[in-house]
Design a protein around this ligand. Structure first.
Ligand code: UDX
Length: 456
């Protein structure tokens, strides 16, 4: 991992507390690298579940919470689902977090406070105990919103949407538009199972002293403006974070180094990259339709089949017998790939994705149009914006059959409709790049954030 050099030191320390899931760790560690580069010293507090290896970040200080339950989850195979993990984090980490913070603050008081005072804590609002603990220490707390701002806006309105009778969505109503949040449809709303957690996340966010968002104004301007009106605290849209630091190569899974070598044997923009993120899963039937659809499309593909992708199966070889022989050189299957590197490869012409927010942003930032197959939570809302708002992707419906999959892949990769999406996503990529340059929207927002952090 490349070590980013710190610009002139500004003698203030930041404490960062990520939620331990890849889609949350990546943006938090990218933010840490950006702020380190701006001169802050960085301390990362980790939960003992999926902890990042501190030796990859020799320029940061690390603390690990004491929590044997979560430590044991890291060793479970298969690991518990992410909702169980976050529920248990919120049940069991408050006291260990308080102890850890108390130790850090008392050490700082004796050793560093004069030379390097702690400016603030930046935390993931999924960990809903952080606010009250930070308040009890009088520690300023900023949150990092790792998902989209438009989804946050929907979470803020869940109770009024419930009052209007949208939950549970009924039968044919599912495909109807949601007038409060165009272009969303009723079927895109998060299921009631998640409402408690999402509403507490909103409270944790609203009661902070500021919200850093991994997004940029050019794709979410109206949602950012509305959140800014709704929230009593400043909002800092400074994304896309991963484009601002060379050290985005964070992974809690073993890296596969061969994908890039395979991609270099392929023609420009010819390959469909297929990956459904780090937590979502699908049934064996869906997986097999997907496999045959890929084959029937005749389009070259790089496919990440992560352990745990297929519900109830840890099988090493979930593909039908003889599949790999039929695919031959046209397809390449790995357990994990360094996604942002894959997406930036010239051979990649499309991304079949679950539309986790990081994947969506990474695809936009490389000008890669998407085939959208959301599987849970905010992914449905992200996919709707990709297909109906920015019009840089095609949305696949659930329960889709192999023939339709093959048709959709060919449309995205080979036909005029796909070419138009590629041209629109290239425009968005350019806007993202401009936003990060001096005078751009995210550049200015980052400057404001730094002044704000120095004001505590
Ligand atoms: C989870 C939730 O599912 C999603 O709804 C929410 O928006 C974020 O958290 P996740 O599955 O982790 O999403 O997807 P995503 O947000 O796309 O993040 C995955 C990260 O892992 C990306 O940064 C991606 O580059 C990285 N990744 C994923 C790889 O590097 N290699 C892979 O093979 C897969």
């Amino acid at each position: 991992m490349e070590v980013v050099k710190q610009q002139s030191k500004i003698s203030r320390r930041l404490l960062l507390f990520p939620a331990p899931f890849q889609g949350h760790l990546n943006p938090m560690l990218n933010l840490a690298t950006i702020l380190y580069h701006k001169g802050f010293s960085i301390t990362i507090i980790q939960i003992p579940y999926n902890p990042v290896n501190p030796t990859h970040y020799p320029h940061f200080t690390f603390h690990l919470l004491n929590n044997s339950l979560l430590e044991s989850y890291s060793k479970n195979s298969p690991p518990p689902d992410s909702v169980t993990v976050i529920t248990d984090i919120n049940k069991t980490c408050s006291e260990p977090f308080r102890d850890c913070l108390s130790q850090i603050l008392s050490e700082a008081a004796t050793i560093d406070q004069i030379q390097e005072p702690i400016a603030a804590l930046i935390a993931d609002p999924l960990c809903i105990f952080v606010g009250s603990v930070a308040t009890s220490f009088n520690l300023p707390r900023i949150v990092l919103r790792t998902g989209s701002v438009s989804a946050l806006l929907v979470y803020c309105s869940l109770s009024s949407l419930r009052e209007k009778g949208y939950f549970p969505p009924q039968g044919t109503k599912l495909e109807e538009p949601l007038p409060e949040f165009p272009p969303l449809k009723l079927e895109d709303l998060p299921s009631e199972t998640y409402h408690d957690l999402l509403e507490t996340l909103v409270r944790e966010t609203k009661t902070s002293q500021g919200v850093i968002c991994n997004t940029f104004e050019e794709i979410e301007d109206s949602s950012i403006a509305k959140v800014q009106q709704t929230f009593p605290v400043p909002i800092f849209p400074i994304g896309p974070l991963h484009k601002q630091c060379p050290a985005s190569a964070i992974s809690i899974s073993p890296q596969d180094q061969t994908s890039i070598a395979w991609l270099t044997t392929q023609a420009p923009k010819s390959v469909l990259y297929v990956s459904f993120g780090t937590v979502a899963s699908m049934s064996k039937t869906e997986f097999l339709e997907l496999a045959w659809g890929l084959l029937q499309s005749m389009v070259p593909f790089l496919w990440v089949v992560r352990p745990g992708l297929i519900q109830g199966s840890e099988a090493n070889d979930p593909l039908p017998e003889g599949y790999l022989e039929i695919v031959a050189e046209r397809g390449y299957i790995v357990k994990w790939a360094l996604q942002f590197e894959v997406l930036s490869h010239p051979a990649v012409g499309g991304f079949w994705t679950h539309n986790g927010w990081n994947s969506t942003l990474e695809s936009i930032c490389e000008g890669v149009p998407m085939l959208c197959q959301p599987l849970f939570s905010d992914q449905f809302m992200n996919a709707r914006h990709v297909s109906d708002n920015w019009r840089v992707g095609l949305k696949l419906e659930k329960g889709i059959k192999r023939e339709e999959i093959a048709r959709a892949i060919r449309k995205l990769m080979l036909e005029e409709e796909g070419a138009q999406m590629r041209s629109r996503v290239t425009d968005l990529k350019e806007k993202a790049d401009l936003g990060l340059k001096e005078g751009g929207s995210s550049y200015k927002s980052l400057k404001k954030l730094i002044s704000y952090l120095l004001s505590f």
